[in-house]
Design a protein around this ligand. Structure first.
Ligand code: TXA
Ligand code: MG
Length: 361
C-alpha cells in the first residue's frame, strides 16, 4: 500500500478588511502602498471581485497564483485606468482594437494584445500576449489611479470555487492569504468580463460575458467565437485559446445537472429526479426562476432570478452556487437558459459548473 502525505505550506497573514469608501484617502493610500511593495489587495469591479497585484512585478504575480492555488500557466488580466496605458503594455494596437476601447471601456470587456517586454511572463502565464481591461467600478479605478500600478487581477476566489460577488465571498476564500480586501458591496454584473482576442487576424471571443457578440458586431464587421467555448459539450480535442477556459473552474461539492426543454416538462423532470435522489437518502437542491420556483419540491430551493431579467440571473448565479456548496447539497438540478445575448455567458458558466451534465427533453 502506498501512503502519500501532502504537506501544504500556507503562511497565514492578517488580512485587513475595509469598506471601499472613496472619500477615505488614507485607506486608498494604504492599499496603494501594499500594491507598490508587491502585496495583494482584493477589490470590487463591476463584474466580480478581483485579486490585485502589481502586473509588472513577477513576484506579485507569483503571490497571486499561490494565494489562489491557481496553475501558473493560466494568465492574468491587467487592469488599467486610462487608454494611454495600453500603448505602454501592448506591442500592437490595431484600429479595430481602438474602436472597441472607445465603445466599451471603461467596462466589462477584456482585450488581448501582443505584449511588450515590460509585461513579465509570470503575469501572462508564459504567453506573448497580454489581456487588458479598464474596469468601470469607481473603487477599482481609484485604486489603479492612486497606486499608479497596472493591476494584474484574476477573480478573487480560491481556484475551484465560484467567483466572488461580495467581499464576504473573498473573505471566505482568501482571508489570511492576502494583505487587504476592499469591500464595495455586491457587484453589479456578477459574471466575468467578455474576453476578445485582437492579437490575430479575426477578432475572436475567448470567453462570453456581459458584452455580447451582437454588441461587438455593432462596432466590428466580423467577430468569431472560439470553438472551445461555444456549444454545450466539453470539447476535449479542441485547445482553448484562453488557457483558463480549459479548467473546470468550479467543481461543486455535489453534482449539478441542467435540464432544458419545454417549461412544464422541465419542472416535471426535475421534480422526478429530486424524488428519486431523496428516496436514496440524498440532500437535493433545485435552482429555479422567479416564474417557476413554487412548482418545485426539494430540500433546498433557490430562485436564480427572473427570466424577464437575464441580468438578475447573472448577478445571482455564483452566490447561489456558493450557497449550495455551504449547505452541502449532494445533487442539484437547475433550469437552463437560452443561449442568446447574456444567456450565452450564463449557460457557459452553468455548463462548466455542471461539468456539462445536461438533460435535453
Ligand atoms: O471580469 C473579469 O475579467 C475579472 C475581474 C476581476 O476583472 N477577472 C477575471 O480573471 O475573470 P480570471 O483570471 O478569473 O480570468 C482570466 C481569463 C482566464 O480564462 C485566462 O486564461 C484568460 O483570461 N486570459 C488572460 N490572459 C490571456 C491571454 N494573454 N490570452 C488568452 N487568454 C488570456
Ligand atoms: Mg476566475
Amino acid at each position: 500500500m502506498c501512503l502519500t502525505i501532502q504537506v501544504r505550506l500556507v503562511i497565514k497573514m492578517k488580512t485587513i478588511v475595509a469598506k471601499a469608501d472613496l472619500e477615505n484617502e488614507e485607506l486608498f493610500r494604504k492599499a496603494s502602498d501594499i500594491l507598490k511593495s508587491g502585496g495583494l489587495v482584493a477589490f470590487p469591479t463591476e463584474t466580480v471581485y478581483g485579486l490585485g497585484g502589481d502586473a509588472l512585478n513577477p513576484k506579485a504575480s507569483e503571490k497571486i497564483y499561490s494565494a489562489k492555488g491557481r496553475p501558473s500557466d493560466n494568465p492574468l488580466i491587467v487592469h488599467i485606468a486610462d487608454t494611454a496605458s495600453v500603448w505602454e503594455l501592448a506591442a500592437e494596437v490595431s484600429t479595430q482594437a481602438q474602436m472597441l476601447m472607445e465603445a466599451f471601456w471603461p467596462g466589462p470587456l477584456t482585450i488581448i494584445f501582443k505584449k511588450k517586454d515590460i509585461v513579465p511572463h509570470e503575469t501572462t502565464g508564459g504567453l506573448e500576449t497580454v489581456a487588458i481591461r479598464m474596469p468601470s467600478h469607481p473603487a477599482a479605478m481609484k485604486l489603479i489611479k492612486d497606486s499608479g500600478v497596472y493591476i494584474a487581477a484574476p477573480s478573487a476566489n480560491l481556484s475551484g470555487r465560484p467567483s466572488p460577488t461580495t467581499a464576504a465571498h473573498v473573505e471566505e476564500d482568501l482571508s489570511g492569504r492576502i494583505d487587504m480586501i476592499l469591500d464595495g458591496g455586491p457587484v453589479g454584473i456578477g459574471i466575468e468580463s467578455t474576453i476578445i482576442d485582437m492579437s490575430t487576424d479575426t477578432p475572436t471571443i475567448l470567453r462570453p460575458g456581459y458584452i455580447t457578440k451582437d454588441m461587438l458586431e455593432e462596432v466590428l464587421p466580423e467577430v468569431k467565437i472560439d470553438p472551445a467555448v461555444s456549444g454545450r459539450t466539453m470539447k476535449k480535442d479542441i485547445v482553448a485559446k484562453a488557457p483558463g477556459m480549459k479548467y473546470r473552474h468550479y467543481a461543486p461539492k455535489g453534482q449539478l445537472t441542467l435540464v432544458e426543454g419545454d417549461k412544464d416538462k422541465v419542472i416535471a423532470k426535475i421534480n422526478e429526479l429530486v424524488r428519486e435522489k431523496k428516496e436514496e437518502g440524498y440532500k437535493v437542491g433545485v435552482i429555479g426562476t422567479d416564474e417557476t420556483l413554487d412548482a418545485y419540491h426539494a430540500d433546498i430551493l433557490r430562485s436564480i432570478g427572473s427570466r424577464q431579467k437575464p441580468e438578475s440571473v447573472a448577478a445571482n448565479l455564483y452566490r447561489i452556487l456558493r450557497e449550495f456548496d455551504d449547505l452541502e447539497c449532494d445533487y442539484m438540478y437547475s433550469e437552463s437558459f437560452f443561449e442568446q445575448g447574456l444567456g450565452n455567458a450564463i449557460m457557459n458558466r452553468m455548463l462548466k459548473a455542471a461539468g456539462y451534465h445536461l438533460i435535453t427533453l
